[in-house]
Ligand binder design. Sequence first.
Ligand SMILES: C[C@@](CO)(OP(=O)(O)O)[C@H](O)COP(=O)(O)OP(=O)(O)OC[C@H]1O[C@@H](n2ccc(N)nc2=O)[C@H](O)[C@@H]1O
Ligand SMILES: Nc1ncnc2c1ncn2[C@@H]1O[C@H](COP(=O)(O)OP(=O)(O)O)[C@@H](O)[C@H]1O
Length: 289
Amino acid sequence: MTAIPAHAELILPAPAKLNLMLHILGRRADGYHELQTLFQFLDHGDELGFSLRQDGEIRLHTPIDGVPHDSNLIVRAARRLQEASGTTLGADIWLDKRLPMGGGIGGGSSDAATTLLGLDHLWRTQLGEERLAEIGLALGADVPVFVRGRAAFAEGVGERLTPVELEEPWFLVAVPQVFVSTAEVFGAPELTRDTPPIKVRSLLAGGGRNDCQPVVEKRYPEVRNALILLNKFVSARLTGTGACVFGSFPNRDDADKVARQLPGTLPSFVAQGRNISMLHRRLQALAKK
Ligand SMILES: C[C@@](CO)(OP(=O)(O)O)[C@H](O)COP(=O)(O)OP(=O)(O)OC[C@H]1O[C@@H](n2ccc(N)nc2=O)[C@H](O)[C@@H]1O
Ligand SMILES: Nc1ncnc2c1ncn2[C@@H]1O[C@H](COP(=O)(O)OP(=O)(O)O)[C@@H](O)[C@H]1O
């Protein structure tokens, strides 16, 4: 049963992302860390439904446990877009939450980006992708890449994006049942913060790692165990600050086979890596109608 009613005017996907690698180059004066990371989308994610309201209200009808209505990134994104565009319109919004929260696969950021692009479409704000990415950045470092919808090499805190063409393998993503705090990982004294910058060209030739992984493995045994289990079949890595870990496969069958061998205590899903996000594919199809 989906949480989105059939009468919703617009239904759009909010795909997950993976950080295929993540290097930490240093710390800025404001405490945020300078990164180099490679983002690719997955063809698996949340789904959002939108309908217009004439009274200017923003109502999310599907609350997330533990996240107050007004703190939900969906509601915050909608309000920012109202302010930036000056529209008097509002929206009813429904969320079908399928992605684990706090897993390093960007569910909240993707929901925010889908809200920005979905309401931009419904409200006809005409703000343009550049401005929407800027509004997104104020909500979270990962929002701009979802607004752009292209696999990218990201620098800065993730806002300087260079689109890249990557292979599109199948990924098995394991979901350790633990919440990893991004702030804790970036605050850890033992975190590597001095990885030398690399050029996108050498990265695409192979290599790279996730500098957060040793910290997360040490502090979260659930993640360490998931990596040990997955590493028996495939070279596994952490995405973002975790908790999810992933490995890549040339086809879906191979990924499914390994998924079936994981214990019931370690949920997982299989999805394909995509260079153009499902959200953008859907919006392009709508534009052609
Ligand atoms: C590292 C990434 C990679 O995709 O991890 P995931 O959240 O996806 O795991 C993201 O850039 C996460 O960005 P974002 O989602 O905006 O981070 P937040 O949760 O807001 O950050 C929580 C805290 O982590 C620290 N932080 C975050 C990002 C960054 N580049 N440097 C930092 O030092 C800051 O102290 C911040 O207050
Ligand atoms: N729509 C949303 N979906 C998920 N999380 C949200 C949302 N709105 C706010 N949040 C908050 O953002 C936190 C991080 O969520 P998420 O994006 O799923 O993790 P990550 O950045 O690790 O991939 C959640 O724990 C929750 O408190």
